[in-house]
Design a protein around this ligand. Structure first.
Ligand SMILES: [Fe+2]
Ligand SMILES: [Fe+2]
Length: 167
């Protein structure tokens, strides 16, 4: 069994923070940390959008605006991630600035999601449903990782698609 979807999402959020720390750390393998961050961020966001937000909507735990807002913030996060990937070289000032921006975007989104999405999921969704959702979340997350979802080409594609959708 994969586990409770709320616990799985929170574990990923902690993972993003620790990978960001590695990306900043001159003594870490920053490039490896960046590719892992890119892959887990994209896989996590896609799995939330495809499996978690729609189910919480159907159960009335979150409203349409909250689900839409979550997607918009994923798009903003992907845009900030793409800037980091395009710069690529961790030893440049531009890279540091792009990491600062990505850190801000993610911190804002995780704070909001934990308060306005995960809290209602904890109080309004039955434990058995959270377990089923956990499995669906992990399956989609794995499908994304298997398809190399964190590659720069895929992140470019996602950013272009959300730009097209918002105009
Ligand atoms: Fe999340
Ligand atoms: Fe999210």
């Amino acid at each position: 069994m994969a586990g409770d979807v709320v616990d799985l999402i929170l574990a990923d959020h902690r993972k993003f923070e620790s990978l960001l720390r590695d990306v900043r750390d001159v003594e870490a393998d920053r490039e490896a940390a960046l590719s892992e961050l890119s892959a887990t961020l994209v896989a996590h966001a896609e799995a939330e959008e495809k499996e978690v937000y729609p189910k919480l909507r159907r159960k009335d735990a979150i409203d349409k605006e909250e689900a839409e807002h979550g997607k918009e913030e994923h798009a903003e996060g992907h845009e900030a991630l793409l800037k980091v990937l395009e710069i690529g070289d961790p030893d440049t000032d531009e890279f540091g600035e792009a990491i600062e921006e990505l850190t801000k975007e993610l911190a804002h989104h995780m704070d909001e999601e934990e308060r306005t999405v995960l809290n209602p999921a904890k109080t309004e969704i039955a434990e058995s449903v959270r377990q089923d959702l956990g499995l669906a979340f992990m399956e989609e997350r794995q499908r994304q990782l298997d398809a190399d979802c964190g590659s720069i080409e895929n992140v470019r594609r996602l950013v272009a698609a959300s730009d097209a959708a918002s105009t």
